[in-house]
Design a binder for this molecule. Structure first.
Ligand code: F6R
Length: 613
């Protein structure tokens, strides 16, 4: 959460920083600000609201300067407001700082500073950290760099900070623990960002900063040190990412673009891995821990949100195909509940961003206890990718819309490959079934394309019909249950309609009390082993005058006679079908959000990368 940008070089910093903030706005968008070095003084502008509000606020004011930092905020401490927006200015006025993360012991430090006579302008933990650094610098008569090191050894929590100092022209000092920071290397210029998107137009050479590292960044040098003041050689990597991947490309919203990208992103997830003619799946990450997986007595899946839903589906698939016991854990619960883990355990972490704080810390704990960590991550080089012993990237490309869509289907595709490969190695799947499922998987991109070609107008009409609903239920059984949860989450996020996902049979144990003629109930009713049972559940809703919307497989003749509205997907094996059935639900949420006049790419209160707990 929170996006940070920095630039130092010979160009004007402001346009680069503002453009970078717009690219990072998915990380938080309740306020934003910039600080620029102008000679020996600092110019700071900040404003509540989105980056556009900041630009309007700055208007024609001076934005000169070749070194600058910028921040887009997702509030943790203090309401979204002008004064709580970053950058913060130190008491002397010499330092400006932006921060992504949470300083957990800020209250104690704040009290110490208040006793020394400090007065704070904001409610943030960030302003406390900045003044703590300045206080150390003054009291110890040391350099800013040394003061930062001392301060960071005292604070607990997570941070990326970028500081500029009126007394050190052309210099940005940055440090990280637990939140992401990338530095792009240009020709006598450097770019800093929470991810690589702000620098993509200028350079492909980047350095991912690690925890407890501090960077002194000037136009022509990047000095990297640890908190013990030892110099570290930066590891420069080449970005495999094009600018077009982070632009809307003619779509009204990133979310719509990303839904429509799914035929190609799923194909990318499968490419080079699903080798049909050899009846083989190549996943080098799995090979790296082959023995562990082959002999595993259980697998624990750790994730949050949509990624957790992918994990839940993986539980069904892995248990059925591989006959391995799977436990699916919310990372936020797992990290705090002293789980029983040993060296035989394999933990699969699923994360789009690779930076989700709860997932990251859960993995660190499990790793300390000897577990093997396997990461299924979308963002290359992210923290979860780096702490994993082995893993697979999902290759969905940058996902900018805050609600996850293409990253989810890419996760499902990789998890299915993993399950098939492990099942083949363990001998728990017949050759015929293996081949059939591989072919089904291979057909998925084309089938998703079919949905996008044939169903959009129908789904738009359904969205329009139900756009004013206050609540919705999503029901599914077996492989369709995780999809029900995911459909409900998408609707909540994008439309602010209260929605709940349930196992369809569980409905009669309580939720059925909600059913009346106003309540839309979305059934995930593609062909599977429970189809007749789910039809009975639909009848139960109809008998109580509820409105039934059903996702059905092509060729289903019965469901359309019961349901009020249907969304059709091509026929597929029940194990693979969740890659299809979720697509109409993504579209339904998207169009309901649009018809309600909401900002679907930036839903209220949310942020794309949840780097605070
Ligand atoms: C929902 C959504 C979130 C994320 C969750 C985990 O649309 O995007 O629920 O799935 O915050 O994020 P990652 O996958 O980045 O760990």
């Amino acid at each position: 959460m929170c996006g940070i940008v920095g630039y130092t070089g010979s160009r004007q910093a402001y346009p680069i920083v503002i453009d970078g903030l717009k690219k990072l706005e998915y990380r938080g968008y309740d306020s934003s600000g910039v600080a620029l070095q102008q000679g020996s003084s600092l110019k700071v502008y900040k404003k509540a609201g989105k980056v556009a509000a900041l630009e309007e606020h700055i208007g024609i004011a001076s934005t000169l300067g070749t070194t600058g930092i910028g921040h887009t905020r997702w509030a943790t401490h203090g309401e979204p407001s002008d004064r709580n927006a970053h950058p913060h200015i130190s008491k002397s006025g010499n330092l400006a700082m932006i921060h992504n993360g949470i300083i957990e012991n800020y209250a104690q430090i704040k009290n110490e500073l208040i006793k020394e006579g400090y007065q704070f302008q904001s409610d943030t933990d960030s302003e406390v950290l900045l003044n703590f650094i300045e206080d150390i610098k003054t009291n110890n008569a040391c350099s800013l760099e040394e003061a930062i090191r001392i301060a960071l050894k005292r604070v607990t929590g997570a941070y990326v900070i970028l500081i500029i100092d009126a007394e050190q022209p052309d210099t940005i000092i940055a440090a990280r623990k637990g939140s992401p920071l990338v530095i792009g290397i240009g020709n006598k210029e450097h770019f800093l960002g929470s991810d690589a998107s702000p620098m993509l137009a200028y350079t492909k050479e980047v350095v991912y900063i690690n925890d407890y590292e501090l960077a002194i960044v000037r136009p022509d040098e990047l000095i990297l040190k640890n908190l013990g003041n030892e110099v570290i050689t930066p590891f420069v990597q080449k970005l495999d990412l094009e600018l077009a991947a982070i632009e809307k490309g003619g779509y009204d919203h990133f979310m719509l673009k990303e839904i429509f990208e799914q035929p190609s992103t799923i194909a990318d997830s499968l490419r080079g891995r699903l080798v049909l003619h050899e009846s083989r799946i190549i996943l080098s990450g799995v090979d790296a821990i082959q023995e562990k997986l082959r002999n595993a007595r259980r697998v624990i899946i750790v994730a949050c949100g949509t990624s957790w839903h992918a994990g839940l589906l993986a539980e069904y698939v892995i248990e059925e195909l591989c006959r391995i016991n799977v436990e699916v854990e919310y990372a936020s619960e797992f990290r705090y509940r002293n789980p029983i883990i040993d060296g035989d355990d394999v933990i699969i972490a699923i994360s789009q961003s690779g930076e989700t704080a709860d997932t990251l810390v859960a993995l660190e704990r499990a790793k300390e206890q000897g577990a093997t960590i396997f990461g299924i991550v979308n963002v290359v080089g992210s923290s979860i990718a780096r702490i994993s012993h082995a893993g697979c990237y999902t290759h969905a490309g940058p996902e900018i819309g805050v609600a996850s869509t293409k990253a989810y289907t890419a996760q499902l595709a990789v998890l299915m490959l993993l399950a098939l490969k492990v099942a083949q190695e363990r001998g728990t799947i017949s050759n015929e079934r293996f081949q059939a499922l591989c072919h089904e998987l291979n057909d998925i991109p084309g089938k998703v394309q079919w949905i996008l070609d044939h169903e959009v107008d129908n789904i738009k009409a359904i969205a329009y019909k139900y756009k004013d609903a206050h609540d919705a239920l999503y029901l599914g059984r077996g492989y369709n249950f995780p999809t029900a949860l995911e459909g409900a989450l998408k609707l909540k996020e994008i439309s602010y309609i209260h929605a709940e996902g349930y196992p369809a049979a569980e409905m009669k144990h309580g939720p059925i009390a909600l059913v009346d003629e106003q309540l839309p109930v979305v059934f995930i009713a593609s062909q599977d082993a429970y189809h007749e049972k789910i039809i009975s559940n639909m009848q139960e809703i109809k008998a109580r005058k509820g409105k039934v919307i059903a996702v059905v497989s092509e060729g289903d003749e019965i469901t359309p006679t019961i349901a009020d509205d249907i969304m059709t997907v091509p026929l597929a094996d029940e194990v693979i079908a969740p890659l299809l059935t979720v697509v109409p639900l993504q579209l339904l949420s998207y169009y309901i959000g649009v018809y309600r006049g909401l900002d679907v790419d930036k839903p209220r209160n949310l942020a794309k990368s949840v780097t605070v707990e």
